[in-house]
Design a protein around this ligand. Structure first.
Ligand SMILES: Cc1cc2nc3c(=O)[nH]c(=O)nc-3n(C[C@H](O)[C@H](O)[C@H](O)COP(=O)(O)OP(=O)(O)OC[C@H]3O[C@@H](n4cnc5c(N)ncnc54)[C@H](O)[C@@H]3O)c2cc1C
Length: 427
């Protein structure tokens, strides 16, 4: 078969790998002039490694991602250091990257709260029965089983941070999946995620896959005689097409989809993200912390603070210290319209809270990355709203972050859905 794949993110490239191995002719169209999609990175001339535009790491439980890397023969390029994740209590940071560490966290006292927190965490880790959990919100379930105090201290800040205005509507299966699929050790690829994406694209090209960079597909239509037609400047026909973009872009690209499928796509909610990356002359966290969990009550102007060079050493970046500060936000949020400098002014007092010595003169360079599609929002009974990979248009398939539910989005699940789509397409 002659197959087009729209998008050279991890999902599109994973699908291309299996489809090409099965003997099909593959063309990947990628709107950007680089591969890797949301997991792509950038590099300064004096850096050996690239830095992801949006902070990225793998978990040891990322079986699909690690399985693909094994299939490619690059296991020796995967690194799993053990960075420190911390949570704030009474002005001090405490380790917070395993159930045991969380149990030792003093913010919960030492009475019933701690027992409830431990039991709820254990139950969610052990159960595989997520289906009933999607019928209730995180807010209601946690208040009932963990108790208001534990929930408000330990979980609510995370849900508010990730889902903003939707936080009370997010279903409990999301929280289950998040706790289920996470590990203490965090992984990356030698050279950074962009290096993996580039090597993967080179391998695909060597296998005979054609990757067209900087070529955006405008529409996909079904012609009764010629099959599926793609318009990316010129019209071409394919037997099958797999789209890996956001549901919103998919709906615009394929207006011929039946109304109920289109409506399903357009009703899916998601959050955008604004992430600032800074290269600093000095280390921000003197204790060497990597990931800071920031409770809303602590009043930071962002959700995530991540010192990347406490995960991958600064020597890989010519001695620069790399810091991320980011947030998940609705597309209309004012952060989307601020410049690097304006946002830096807003963020600097928060960096000083982590290290009072921090000053503007520490900052070598600042980059700002934004996306409207960063985090799908799973509402109640979400499994009923997931669009099928095989669309009602013959030969047209769709595999995106919004369909990996109940799992939370991640490169691991992009690979899983890409490879699943490849199987379905050959079904
Ligand atoms: C802030 C943030 C943090 C994250 N952290 C992690 C993490 O720590 N670990 C992890 O594993 N994952 C993380 N993720 C998620 C991860 O990046 C995604 O799950 C994954 O990259 C999705 O891959 P994909 O192939 O499904 O989609 P994408 O990467 O979005 O790929 C789709 C591609 O389609 C292209 N495209 C769009 N329109 C067109 C068109 N018309 N024509 C041609 N091409 C088009 C896009 O340019 C893009 O390259 C994070 C994401 C964000 C936003």
């Amino acid at each position: 078969m002659k197959i087009a794949i729209i998008g050279a993110g991890f999902g599109g490239m994973a699908a291309a790998f299996d489809l090409r191995n099965a003997g099909h002719e593959i063309v990947i169209f990628e709107a950007a002039d680089f591969v890797g999609g949301l997991a792509s990175g950038f590099k300064e001339p004096h850096w050996d490694w690239s830095v992801e535009k949006f902070y990225h790491h793998w978990f040891q439980s990322d079986k699909e991602m690690l399985g693909l890397i094994r299939d490619l023969g690059w296991e020796d390029k995967v690194l799993f250091p053990r960075p420190f994740t911390v949570l704030l209590h009474d002005g001090k940071w405490y380790p917070f990257d395993s159930l045991l560490k969380a149990l030792l966290f003093p913010g919960l006292g030492f009475g019933l709260n701690k027992i409830r927190f431990g039991l709820v965490g254990l139950y969610l880790r052990l159960t595989n029965n997520w289906k009933p959990l999607e019928r209730v919100t995180v807010d209601a379930w946690m208040r009932k089983w963990a108790g208001a105090e534990v929930y408000e201290k330990m979980w609510e800040p995370l849900v508010i941070g990730k889902f903003g205005p939707y936080y009370k509507d997010v279903n409990m299966a999301w929280m289950w999946a998040r706790l289920k699929a996470r590990t203490t050790r965090l992984g990356t690829f030698e050279g950074g995620f962009q290096n993996f994406a580039d090597l993967f694209a080179d391998r695909l090209r060597a296998m005979g896959v054609e990757i067209r960079l900087g070529v955006a597909v405008k529409f996909i239509k079904r012609d009764p005689a010629k099959g599926l037609l793609t318009d990316a400047g010129k019209i071409e026909s394919f037997d099958k097409v797999l789209v890996t973009t956001s549901p919103n872009l998919m709906s615009k690209m394929c207006p011929d989809l039946p109304e109920d499928y289109l409506k399903g796509l357009l009703e899916l909610k998601s959050m955008g993200a604004v992430v600032m990356v800074l290269s600093l002359k000095r280390k921000l966290s003197e204790q060497g912390y990597y990931w800071f969990n920031l409770p809303k009550s602590a009043d930071f102007p962002f959700l995530a603070l991540v010192e990347h060079t406490n995960f991958v050493p600064p020597e890989k970046f010519g001695g620069d210290h790399i810091l991320y500060a980011g947030d998940y936000l609705d597309a209309g949020h004012e952060y989307f319209s601020l410049s690097e400098t304006q946002l830096l002014e807003r963020f600097m007092p928060a960096f000083k809270k982590i290290n009072p010595q921090f000053g503007r003169d520490w900052v070598k360079k600042v980059w700002l990355f934004t996306t409207n599609y960063a985090q799908p929002v799973p509402l109640l009974n979400h499994s009923k709203n997931i669009p099928a990979i095989e669309t009602p248009v013959k030969g047209l398939y769709f595999a995106s972050m919004s369909q990996v539910y109940p799992w939370d989005r991640g490169t691991n699940f992009a690979v899983e859905i890409g490879r699943r789509a490849a199987r379905i397409m050959q079904g």
